[in-house]
Design a protein around this ligand. Sequence first.
Ligand SMILES: *[C@@H]1O[C@H](CO)[C@@H](O)[C@H](O)[C@H]1NC(C)=O
Ligand SMILES: *[C@@H]1O[C@H](CO)[C@@H](O)[C@H](O)[C@H]1NC(C)=O
Ligand SMILES: *[C@@H]1O[C@H](CO)[C@@H](O)[C@H](O)[C@H]1NC(C)=O
Ligand SMILES: *[C@@H]1O[C@H](CO)[C@@H](O)[C@H](O)[C@H]1NC(C)=O
Ligand SMILES: *[C@@H]1O[C@H](CO)[C@@H](O)[C@H](O)[C@H]1NC(C)=O
Ligand SMILES: *[C@@H]1O[C@H](CO)[C@@H](O)[C@H](O)[C@H]1NC(C)=O
Ligand SMILES: *[C@@H]1O[C@H](CO)[C@@H](O)[C@H](O)[C@H]1NC(C)=O
Ligand SMILES: [Zn+2]
Length: 657
Amino acid sequence: MCHIFPLLLFTLLIGLVLSCGYIPPKPGEVQHAFIESGHSIHKREADHNLRIKYFYDEESLKRITIDKFRIINNTVLPEAINYWQQALFVKPFMAPIKLNRKCLNDRTLYSEFIHNGYQHFHPYCVDGCDEHTLCGEVVIPENHLEECRVCEMNGENCQTVPTNYSEVGIRDADFVFYISTMQTDRCNKGSTVAYAVHCQQETTFNRPIAGHANICPDSISTKPQDLDTLISTFKHEILHALGFSVSLYAFYRDFDGNTINSLNKHMGPYFISNGTRISQKILRRVTRDNWKVHKGEVAHKVYLITTPNVIKEVRDHFNCSKLEGAELENQGEDGTYLTHWEKRLFENEAMTGTHTQNPIFSRITLALMEDTGWYRANYSLAQPLEWGKNLGCDFAMKSCKEWIDLKRSQKQSIHPFCDKVKKDPLQTECTDNRDSVALCNLREYDEMLDKEFQNFDYIPNVRNETLGYYGGSVALADYCPYIQEFTWKLNDEIVRGSKCSFSENNPLPEKNFALEQYGPNSKCLNHNSEMWEERNCFEIRQWQHWGSGCYNYRCSDGLVHIIINNHTFTCFEENAEINIHLYYSNWLHKGTILCPKCSEFCENCESFNAETLNQMKSKFKMEKHNLKCSSILSSPSLPLTVIVIIFMFYINLFIWI
Ligand SMILES: *[C@@H]1O[C@H](CO)[C@@H](O)[C@H](O)[C@H]1NC(C)=O
Ligand SMILES: *[C@@H]1O[C@H](CO)[C@@H](O)[C@H](O)[C@H]1NC(C)=O
Ligand SMILES: *[C@@H]1O[C@H](CO)[C@@H](O)[C@H](O)[C@H]1NC(C)=O
Ligand SMILES: *[C@@H]1O[C@H](CO)[C@@H](O)[C@H](O)[C@H]1NC(C)=O
Ligand SMILES: *[C@@H]1O[C@H](CO)[C@@H](O)[C@H](O)[C@H]1NC(C)=O
Ligand SMILES: *[C@@H]1O[C@H](CO)[C@@H](O)[C@H](O)[C@H]1NC(C)=O
Ligand SMILES: *[C@@H]1O[C@H](CO)[C@@H](O)[C@H](O)[C@H]1NC(C)=O
Ligand SMILES: [Zn+2]
């Protein structure tokens, strides 16, 4: 007797992709303000920690819930801002920051003067000053603004209109942020969490000194497992305002504070938002002629940052001494294109154009900040970037198609890329660092991809004619497929993620077929190629999804011990099979877990000789726990109901056993 009882549990949401909502400012949206430095030295002395002050847009703040405000005010903002305050040094302002006023009708005259050997200018308004000066989408408070300067059209009768405030400007700050929490149109587009943009630059070195950051209230999650993503997103956005923007490259300085690009002295006409007219010492376009794609080659255009520290860091990172610079994103919309690192090459670097997993700020990003000429960086605050590390010029300068073919021909792993199509049966894997259950994001598209993005001549179990429809789910990574964390969804609601360290990701006991345990001391382990099974005295349930899971472990006696359901299983060698046979939540669970290499999990690993190994094996004897009715279970004559548990993702793929 066979009986099917499909339990629909979850759909799978691969590639939770949060995009950056950055849009570079347009000409006229950036003002230039003279700030008295108080220094008489020509050279830059970036020796003080950057001081960022922020002010809330009270209006929009009133409209968000107290929970969200607390998360923003008490955690996200202080952590993100503090990170950059620690990571970057500047030549500090001695005087308060006074921001420039916008002229009515944008009719402006400039009065030039020399201060400390540098040429500056004060803008004067012909038709008077605008009632409000905006920074991004926020009105700058009156007492942060310079007095209003006006002149007649012919430059005569110039005067300053005194303000009402006894004290004007922002003291003890090198950068001022206006923070709003408005649900704007840009928030509603895609999955934008926040965006930030600079709005004023000072006139000595053109460093940005003020910016606006908006946090999209509907995208704020108050779940603890989302906090890291929120902080990292905010750090990312802040950096666009501080210097990582195509609209600022033209203003970058060398180490002596001299301009690299030639600039119009009032910054107006040379305002650049798409990369043209920027010196090749900053940004360079290179064509990679023999870019291998499915059944041929194309010419692939790339843009690279070519400043000295960035070149050094990126060559070190990939171990490729002929690399011309760090590749920028060549896809995406206005604010993604040229204002982020290339996703294919820098996958989880936080300054790539989409957030996919485990974001880090690398030395390369800090090097870019140094190469603005405005900052020095504290490299001890950089986090290690594993993606692409030491993979050489083949990785850094060739298509992922060529890399994959090369590795296959050498019979090596095609890491960090992958070629397992997401399909039935859903088989998960582990990320390289084993901190998450993961999937290869290779999928089939409804339409054929552009020739440039067809990266395969061969995919296991895929017909040759359809290869052009297959690509990674992250477009910005040139559709190169790679292993990625994912999220489980139920009825359109995100239920849990796949990162091992969050106990929030634990499945409910009745759904925890593979006896996983998520938490601070968990890592990802592979299963063998058999399905997990649960039995009681009447039924067998089989799970149509397996492959890997998160498990608790501990290190002792030179070995790694896996802890499952309070039972300890010791690993004596890599890939040894641990057969699990445990009673939990009214079911006997059966499955197999593969041992990791001890050194992947533990620091003090030892290799034992045969004799001590045997002693150790008897010391850490594996325990067996069977059901009371186990004798019945093993009897083949008993009619058992077999239930196949599948996931909504595979709704059309019921299997009768
Ligand atoms: C916001 O955070 C600051 C410190 O970061 C704190 O002084 C202030 O009280 C907080 N505001 C509220 C309303 O919680
Ligand atoms: C200055 O203050 C006076 C009286 O409070 C007010 O009428 C006037 O509009 C203010 N001027 C400006 C420029 O804010
Ligand atoms: C960049 O903008 C300039 C002027 O706005 C335009 O002439 C040029 O074609 C643009 N270049 C690209 C690559 O879009
Ligand atoms: C750089 O950061 C590290 C780690 O936070 C800190 O110990 C060190 O003092 C910093 N260096 C400087 C020059 O501030
Ligand atoms: C860097 O590449 C060279 C050859 O190009 C190789 O000999 C060396 O071992 C590589 N270094 C690392 C750290 O991978
Ligand atoms: C598919 O392509 C591979 C590699 O190009 C080739 O070896 C194989 O014969 C092709 N198969 C079919 C059915 O055309
Ligand atoms: C493991 O043991 C602890 C303490 O004895 C107990 O609280 C917990 O419920 C046990 N967990 C399982 C899964 O049996
Ligand atoms: Zn961005």
